[in-house]
Design a protein around this ligand. Structure first.
Ligand code: GLN
Length: 287
């Protein structure tokens, strides 16, 4: 089974092996592209080409290591795609998730439909910087700030911003605090904060549990602590009629909406689903 030589056969071997071991199959392509040192386009054009033996060996060894230890393929390659762009990642940051692309998509639409109201955006808990950097590149007229408590995460975010040519001001500190200290006001606040309750830790895969930073995953108060903190800081951080967009856990639509409602009794709140039909975002307008 391991004696394969053409690119599509190598991929097929990996996909079957990953499936058999209950691992995500999508990562095989990322890893193969990485070992071949080719772009996505070249990769798809070379499906029937012979892959050098030593490349196959290294690729298969990495696939096996991923299956055995749970180490994320993104830590082996050092990168992940987000919104069509390649971001550097390591063990200091949460690996970008496709669900977060949907939050970014909604924020872009909102910002474009109300361009005058969306001059300043803050991404709270930016991690690798994916949200802030994507917004800065997609919305060139907007001023983008991003905060994180972790210096190490901000190092990764800085690197991504400079490699992708995004103009983002990174601030170190707790949630919105460093932005408030700048005496600025934002029109849009966006965040994918830690939202997993410790008591649900056993539900996570080893890849997540062992390799994503705890700081990026877990929050006190049934997973709601970060939302509570951010929402309580909002009055000092936003202009009138601001927008806030949170990524949420699939059972947090109601509690997070209630937290926003408590602080902003007249705003409009929507709970939005991801492509899998799960509640995944709370977007509040007219704060
Ligand atoms: N904002 C980053 C992301 O969405 C980091 C999120 C986090 O660390 N909780 O990937």
């Amino acid at each position: 089974m391991e004696n394969v030589s053409k690119q599509y056969e190598v991929l097929k071997w990996a996909s079957l092996f990953l499936e058999k071991n209950n691992r995500e199959q999508r990562v095989a392509e990322l890893l193969l592209q990485h070992h071949l040192g080719v772009s996505k386009n070249e990769y798809y054009m070379n499906m029937r080409e012979i892959v050098p033996k030593d490349t196959i060996k290294k690729f298969q060894a990495d696939i096996k290591r991923h299956v055995e230890t749970g180490v994320p393929i993104q830590h082996i390659t050092g990168k992940e795609m987000f919104y069509g762009r390649e971001f550097h990642v390591n063990e200091d940051v949460l690996i970008p998730r496709p669900e977060t692309e949907e939050l970014v998509q909604h924020i872009i639409e909102l910002a474009k439909s109300a361009p005058n109201k969306s001059k300043t955006i803050v991404d709270v808990g930016t991690g690798s910087g994916i949200i802030a950097i994507t917004l800065a590149l997609e919305l060139p007229d907007v001023e983008v700030f991003a905060t994180d408590i972790s210096e190490k995460a901000l190092t990764v975010a800085h690197k991504n911003a400079s490699q992708l040519g995004a103009n983002v001001t990174f601030l170190q500190g707790d949630f919105l605090q460093p932005f408030i200290e700048q005496q600025k006001r934002a029109d849009v606040i966006v965040s994918n904060p830690p939202y997993i309750d410790r008591k649900d830790e056993s539900l996570l895969s080893d890849t997540v549990k062992k390799f994503d930073p705890d700081l990026a995953l877990f929050a006190e108060k049934n997973g709601l602590a970060a939302y509570k903190n951010i929402i309580s800081q909002l009055p000092k951080a936003i202009n009138q009629h601001a927008v806030v967009g949170f990524e949420i856990g699939h059972e947090q639509g109601e509690p997070v909406s209630l937290l926003v409602r408590d602080q902003f009794p007249t705003c409009t709140i929507k709970v939005l689903q991801d492509i899998n039909g799960k509640d995944r975002m709370v977007v509040a307008t007219d704060l």
